[in-house]
Design a protein around this ligand. Structure first.
Ligand SMILES: Cc1ncc(COP(=O)(O)O)c(C=O)c1O
Length: 384
């Protein structure tokens, strides 16, 4: 029987650390302190210090989506405001803008990094925008210097959706999510740092902004039952913080394993001549890249995916529909052709398994099956 290859294997991640996790969870249960408190603060401090934050800090929140929502609320985004963002990301990126009755305005992406293309912004007046939400998709850093050159002179704050970028650093060692006004991270279980349920955090180097985020996390209150501004229940659970603190100690080694897998795909796919058929992701040399996803492009994407599935290899499509073509954003009045780079990407992208525990044997099999697809056509299983 050929080895089946899952898209991710969280059981394999859990097994070697399960005693540490059990002890951390038991300590919270013994204390019966589930809401904020020392455990959450300790995790926030550890994360801030790991990210090298000298000012500001980390606020643990209930999810990556809530990290974005709370950040936009803290920036005062509201009805009628325009917020610039990408058309190609997970729904939450644009969803939070619309939930505040503001208007998402899209600009097209770069075909290689899949991130906002700063060169396309020169005809857009930055002054129009209340904020920019930039995504570091698949763990690739967006062009922050290009975006800042456009937004900073007009004082437009940049919100970094770094849900997929924890652990990624630029060429100066500066962490993804610490370069704009605020960075938003997700601890969804399949992320680089994943909890046992939902969770997220907001990171900022601005101490005043940090204080408003802390307030917004607890219904806008500075004292119990006295809300000065509108906030929400955006708290990170103490149990999640305890688990995340255990996992934080392993994040560097998991990141290295992801990168090793990405490099191995790159080498093996090229050796087999598959770079002729697939566009392989750039593996930036001057950044510390973590490979949250390893995403290839193929003009026969759907057939390739079906062939992989037939051969028991999982793969995923992030994302099949760009925001401007989603029914929920029909009111924005967009049509096919408005953002052609994002549209083509949505037809061609395919994410291959790249999780830290994948191992060379399964990775080799993924490459062999892709190779068989292009050599033999797509009708037969390699083991038929
Ligand atoms: C780019 C991006 N933004 C936002 C989110 C939302 O995070 P969460 O699922 O923790 O709410 C995710 C995660 O799914 C994401 O990938």
């Amino acid at each position: 029987m050929p080895v089946a290859v899952p898209f991710i294997d969280l059981v394999a991640q859990y097994q070697p650390i399960k005693n540490e996790i059990s002890a951390a969870v038991t300590a919270v249960l013994e204390s019966q302190k589930f809401i904020l408190g020392d455990g959450v603060s300790e995790f926030e401090e550890k994360l801030a210090s790991w990210m090298g934050l000298e000012r500001g800090g980390v606020v643990g929140v209930s999810s990556g989506t809530d990290a974005l929502l709370a950040s936009l609320m803290a920036l005062g985004v509201g009805p009628g405001d325009e917020v610039l963002t990408t058309p190609f990301s997970f729904f939450a990126t644009a969803g939070v803008i619309a939930r505040l009755h503001a208007k998402p305005v899209f600009a097209d992406i770069d075909p290689l990094s899949f991130n906002l293309d700063a060169t396309k912004l020169k005809d857009l007046d930055a002054k129009r925008f209340k904020a920019v939400v930039v995504v570091h998709l698949f763990g690739r850093l967006a062009d922050m210097s290009g975006l800042r050159a456009w937004a900073d002179p007009q004082g437009v704050p940049i919100v970094e959706d770094a849900a997929q970028g924890i652990g990624v650093r630029d060429q100066h060692g500066q962490h993804c999510g610490t370069q704009g006004k605020v960075g938003c991270f997700s601890f969804f279980p399949t992320k680089n740092l994943g909890g046992a349920g939902d969770g997220g955090c907001v990171v900022t180097t601005d101490p005043e902004f940090l204080a408003s985020l802390r307030q917004i996390r607890v219904h806008g209150a500075v004292r119990a039952y006295e809300s000065q501004i509108i906030g929400g229940n955006f708290r990170l659970d103490a149990i999640q913080a305890a688990i995340l603190q255990v996992k934080l100690a392993h994040l560097e080694s998991w990141g290295k394993a992801r990168l090793k897998n990405a490099r191995s795909y790159d080498r093996r796919l090229r050796e087999k001549g598959l770079a002729e058929h697939l566009q392989l992701p750039e593996l930036p040399e001057n950044e510390e890249f973590v490979a949250h996803q390893y995403v290839v492009r193929s003009d026969r994407r759907d057939a390739l995916k079906a062939f992989l599935t037939k051969n028991q290899i999982a793969s995923a499509i992030y994302y099949p529909v760009p925001f401007h073509l989603m029914p929920c954003f029909a009111g924005l009045g967009h049509k096919t052709g408005d953002f052609p780079v994002a549209e083509l990407a949505s037809h061609e992208v395919l994410a291959l398994p790249v999780f830290p525990e994948l191992g060379e044997e399964r990775l080799e099999r993924v490459v062999a099956v892709i190779s068989a697809f292009y050599e033999q056509g797509n009708s037969r299983s390699v083991n038929d």
